[in-house]
Structure formats: structure tokens, C-alpha cells
Design a protein around this ligand. Structure first.
Ligand SMILES: Cc1ncc(COP(=O)(O)O)c(C=O)c1O
Length: 380
């Protein structure tokens, strides 16, 4: 591992470090999967919330970005990203109003999802007010049981016909997120979930086509699903997000190696006792997530390493407990000076990114850049 530069040691903590070579490798890995399988890549930017990273993904070949929230999407729309999917059911007039207004001014290819007649009505009204054409996906529940219609929902065709009947809405297809891949026991179980997702999406597509409705796009996406999928028959787009950073979640599933994780948290040992080191990163930095979507999965809240033994399993320590500003790390046989630094591989990078303002970007142990986490905290 490259020697860490003194400037990194001088950073005030907690601080997010990104490894540029790993970021690029992760971006190229997923774009390569998309290119090989002939599907578009539309990364979910809720992971990084950062313009510089979205531009790297677009430069690598992504067709646009996916976002969750309106104000998050606006950061990208207002800064030159030409095609944006908000993969979240939008039903509130005021939010739709500022989103669609910005998309019209920037001539953005705006794509939204629906899973209710109320959602269709809300979008159609605001799209008409602004004279803007909006592309619409029907959200399909493929097993996460969060949003979306199940394939056997008796109102599915009727809801799509309602979209088709709206002059400012263009029905483009189907969208799903198999987030329950994160709860799988292993890579094989995740692969089965991804295959089932494709099966469901193709059956719904055929059902709509047999009712005379054209389905031009079928969009799926999760990082584990993308990494393990055997086939994308009938799929046109993938929307993974977490992959740009990775974290302990795909590591637990054994679909990545630890040296693919591009995000870590630099923290300082501020106290110690016979059992624990206390670091200055608690739940307000590492988050309390122990798995995605509230699914349990991992022991503790992160893996901590002394700076000069980053990712060395002999020096690995579990962050076992968190207060808001304190992380409690099981020290085992190790001793570290108070004031020394550790690097923590978090459970869930996407949440960590939402909690701090800046990324410090490293290459070969040197600081090469600092990027604003421009859309962090944009939860409306
Ligand atoms: C609708 C939707 N699409 C795509 C993604 C990206 O999934 P992942 O971060 O696993 O790659 C998410 C993540 O929550 C999502 O909610």
C-alpha cells in the first residue's frame, strides 16, 4: 500500500477519503458490464451526491443519472446533466413544480416513476402547467415490497393506460429495484433474486404488449444484482449506485474484494481503555446502518485499521458501538497512541456520504483533489 502523505495525516477528522484509482476501476467495471451485455448504464447518484463523480460516470459512458429526491436531482439538472431519472414516487405539487420547471429550462430529458393513479394525476397536472413532456416508468415491485405494483396487480394495465392517455406524459416502460439482494445469504442467492427480477419484468412487459402498449425500456438496478447477474435478456438499462464506492454490504455477499472499496473514513483515536479505542466518528459520521433497507447483515458499524495497516486483516478491528460522536472500537491485542489516526471501512457508504460536506481524493497516498458533496442533505 502507498505511503500516506503528511497532508492526509493533518486532515481534521472525521473526514471521508476516496481512492481515485478504485473509483475509476469501479466505474469502468460497471460500464464494462453494461457495454458487454448491451444495456445502458444510468448510475444512481444518491450514493455520491457529487458532480465530479457524476461527470466521471458520464465520461465513462453512462447515459444519464438516477436520483431519489427532487432537490438532489436539481443539483445535477442545473449543472449540465442532460438526462435524469427520479426513481422515487413524486406526488406533491410543489416538489414536482420546481423539478419540472428546472427540467424545462435546462431542456433535460426527465424521467419519473409512478405506482398510483394519484401519482399520474400529480405529474400530469404539473407537466401540463409547464408545457413539458415527461417520460414515465411504471414501478414494479420485484420483492423488496417497498414501492411499486406487483406483476399480478389487477390494476396494472389500467394504470399504464391512464399514463398513455395523458398528453404530457410519455410511457416508456418498467423500472424495478431488487434491493433485497442485500439481504441474500450469498452471491448465488443474490443471483437468483436478480434472475427472478428479470423474469418478472419480462412477464409484465409481455402483458402490456399483449394489451397493445409499447414498452421501449426496462430498467433494473442494484449493485449486487449487477455484479452477479448472468443475463440481461429483455433489459435495456441498469441503475446501480453503491458500486462507485462499494462498502461492507457487497463485501459480506462476497461479490467484491475489500480492495475494491473506494470510500473510507479517516478518524482519530481520542481515548482508550483496556478493551476499546474510542474514535471521533460515531453515528453522525458512520450512520447506524448494519445493512441496506433495514436488513440486518453485519457485525458492528465498520472495520477500523491503523493507518499504516489499512485493510490488513491482522490489524482489523470492529467498530462495535456508536454514540452520536463516538465510535467504540474493539482493540484486541493492538495498542495505538491517543491522537493517532485510523481508517474505517463503513457498512454503508451511501449514508456516510450524506453526512459530511467534502470528499478528499487520494491517489497513491497523495491528496489530488477535494470535491464538494453538493447534494448532501437534499432530502426534499
Ligand atoms: C430505485 C433504486 N434504483 C437503484 C438503486 C441503486 O441500488 P444500489 O445502491 O444497490 O446499487 C437504488 C438504491 O437504493 C434504488 O432505490
Amino acid at each position: 500500500m502507498a505511503q500516506i502523505d503528511q497532508l492526509v495525516l493533518d486532515l481534521e477528522t472525521p473526514h471521508i477519503l476516496l481512492d481515485q484509482d478504485r473509483l475509476q476501476a469501479n466505474i469502468q467495471l460497471i460500464q464494462g458490464i453494461g457495454n458487454t451485455r448491451g444495456v445502458n448504464v444510468r448510475p444512481h447518484i444518491k450514493t455520491h451526491k457529487c458532480l465530479e463523480l457524476a461527470r466521471q460516470q458520464i465520461d465513462a459512458g453512462a447515459v444519464g443519472v438516477t436520483s431519489s429526491k427532487v432537490d438532489e436531482a436539481l443539483v445535477f439538472i442545473n449543472n449540465g446533466i442532460r438526462s435524469v431519472t427520479v426513481a422515487y414516487p413524486l406526488v406533491v405539487d410543489s416538489k414536482l413544480d420546481r423539478l419540472i420547471a428546472a427540467a424545462r429550462v435546462n431542456d433535460t430529458d426527465l424521467r419519473l416513476i409512478v405506482d398510483s393513479a394519484a401519482g399520474v394525476d400529480a405529474i400530469a397536472k404539473v407537466a401540463e402547467r409547464h408545457g413539458k413532456q415527461v417520460s414515465i416508468f411504471l414501478k414494479i415491485d420485484v420483492g423488496l415490497h417497498r414501492c411499486g405494483l406487483t406483476e399480478d396487480d389487477s390494476g396494472l394495465v389500467e394504470l399504464v393506460q391512464k399514463v398513455v392517455g395523458e398528453p404530457n406524459l410519455n410511457f416508456v416502460g418498467l423500472l424495478s429495484h431488487a434491493g433485497h439482494t442485500y439481504g441474500a445469504d450469498d452471491a448465488d442467492a443474490a443471483r437468483k433474486i436478480a434472475a427472478d427480477e428479470c423474469g418478472i419484468m419480462n412477464r409484465v412487459r409481455r402483458k402490456l404488449e399483449s394489451n397493445g402498449i409499447e414498452v421501449s425500456e426496462v430498467s433494473v438496478g442494484s449493485t449486487p444484482g449487477t455484479l452477479v447477474s448472468d443475463s440481461y435478456d429483455g433489459i435495456t438499462e441498469i441503475r446501480p449506485g453503491n458500486y462507485v464506492f462499494m462498502d461492507r454490504m457487497p463485501l459480506r455477499l462476497k461479490v467484491i474484494e475489500i480492495n475494491q472499496i473506494a470510500l473510507s473514513v479517516l478518524a482519530t483515536v481520542v481515548s482508550k481503555n483496556s478493551d476499546y479505542f474510542i474514535i471521533d466518528s460515531g453515528s453522525k459520521t458512520l450512520s447506524s446502518d448494519q445493512g441496506a433497507h433495514g436488513m440486518p447483515g453485519m457485525e458492528g458499524f465498520g472495520l477500523a485499521y491503523p493507518l499504516d495497516h489499512f485493510e490488513d486483516t491482522d490489524y482489523e478491528m470492529i467498530v462495535t458501538r456508536l454514540s452520536e460522536e463516538h465510535g467504540v472500537v474493539i482493540r484486541g491485542d493492538l495498542d495505538l497512541e491517543i491522537g493517532s489516526k485510523v481508517r474505517v471501512v463503513p457498512n454503508h457508504s451511501c449514508v456516510v456520504a450524506n453526512l459530511l460536506d467534502t470528499y478528499t481524493v487520494l491517489q497513491a497516498g497523495q491528496i489530488i483533489d477535494q470535491w464538494d458533496i453538493a447534494a448532501r442533505g437534499h432530502v426534499h
